[in-house]
Design a protein around this ligand. Sequence first.
Ligand code: NAP
Length: 259
Amino acid sequence: MDLGIAGKRALVCASSKGLGRGCAEALAEAGVVLVLNARGAEALDKTAQQIRDRYGVKVTAIAADITDAADRARVLDAAGAVDILITNAGGPPPGLWSDWSRDDFIRALDANMLTPIALMTALMPGMIDRGWGRVVNITSQSVKAPIPQLGLSNAARTGLTGYVAGTARQVAQFGVTLNNLLPGSHDTDRAVALEKGVANAQNVSLEEARKIRCKSIPSGRYGTIEEFGATCAFLCSQHAGFIVGQNILLDGGQTSATI
Ligand code: NAP
């Protein structure tokens, strides 16, 4: 299917690895010009080069912490007029409700709620002026059903979801769509890091922890960054202009709910 977005310009945050990279690759395959971002320059430059070589699109790589205001300003400067924005950043650490201080909450809110809002606030006026735009926020299945040990993530991402729900209805009339993608269990470094914690707590091997997790997923496996990216690219396509303010769960059926 031709997604109809060749030549559009996208900022894909936190995209040297994992889900962000999956989104970047799928957009590149659709002919989108990319601005990529991550903190570590080495992995980022390598990813940028691989995408240039594989898809022949122009890729600009900006090493920066997207949750830091000064760094974010550098990214926005380099990105310029962007048609497509994919927000993403690392997730907060796991823990117990009684572990977290005000500062921990501020850090989580900053990274997973206020950073995407700042990016949308900066880039949506240009999209509105041009009469076309797509925003996809990478959030989490924890928005639909809480993950008890990820209270910081549950709180911050639910706040972002509320903001998007209202704002999406304000900007749709200008041809700009806002939607969220909710990953379940995807095979990335973040998933492995969380599983190491589970394996240690339950005194089982990492392999055993993964087997136990797979049993809780009706599809019986983890998601891939390729299928995540393909869904993101579709939401950014010309065909998705009527999808507004939605929360699309990619979890192999793990969240048991009727709607
Ligand atoms: P990942 O494989 O660890 O990749 C994270 C990517 O983001 C890397 O490129 C990393 O590069 C970059 N990054 C992290 N913090 C950043 C920052 N402050 N500024 C700029 N770049 C940053 O993680 P992932 O699994 O793709 O997860 C992406 C998001 O989805 C996270 O918020 C995660 O909590 C959420 N999520 C993931 C899953 C899953 O199963 N994988 C499930 C639910 C939710 P640098 O380290 O070099 O910056």
